[in-house]
Write a protein of this length. Sequence first.
Length: 258
Amino acid sequence: MGLLEECEAAFGCADLYGVIGVGRQASAAEIRRAYRRASVRTHPDRAESQHKEEATRRFQVLSKAYAVLSDAEQRAVYDEQGTVDEEGEALRAGTDWREYWRQLFPKITFKDIKDFEKSYKNSEEELADIKAAYLDFEGNMDRIMESVLCMEYADEPRIRRIIEAAIDSGEVPSYKAFVRESKQKINARKRRAEKEAREAEKTKEELGLGGEDDLKALIQSRNKDRQKQMDDLLAQMEAKYGKKAKNRGKKTAAKKRE
């Protein structure tokens, strides 16, 4: 199976640019950034055990697509002819694509992550990513929260406000999955957030970080903030949409009496 067929099978898209998530006029730097974002989302290490094999396949295909587009000559051939040189250096047999990824993106430190998070959150880039995810997943908040970078469940009220503003301004359509999301789904996300917080605390202890009082206090504070914000969100959702449901119920009852 050639690379374009692999792309179609793994991503439902036979276009290398589409798989990476950029337009054909994208610069090399834009392609690299898009590949990094996409590869973080599809990296096998993030997949649960039952999905590891599929995640590995998608990660490999994504990396191959980037290998072609990051090679000036290969990209020129693809742009002109719509074909890929399967025997070329970019797709040489036996490539360890995880190692390829590690060489492109050396291991980063905790400080690097926090610095990036500070610059990314509330930026134009994050705003564009949120809107794109909202459109891609048609308002499914589970998928939106999973796909946007640096996202914690404590961010959900903020993300909802951003999306609601975009809906009100007409930038994006109003999807039922978003505006009429059930409390059960919101509660399920809350439970997952609490579970992840417990697992993070356990990992910290296993790594011997228990002596870092400031870090421990930060984690505890975040957990409390997360729970409060999710509780507030549920109350807001009920106040905003529960009243509409009650009004509809009254209208239905009135019609029956007629």
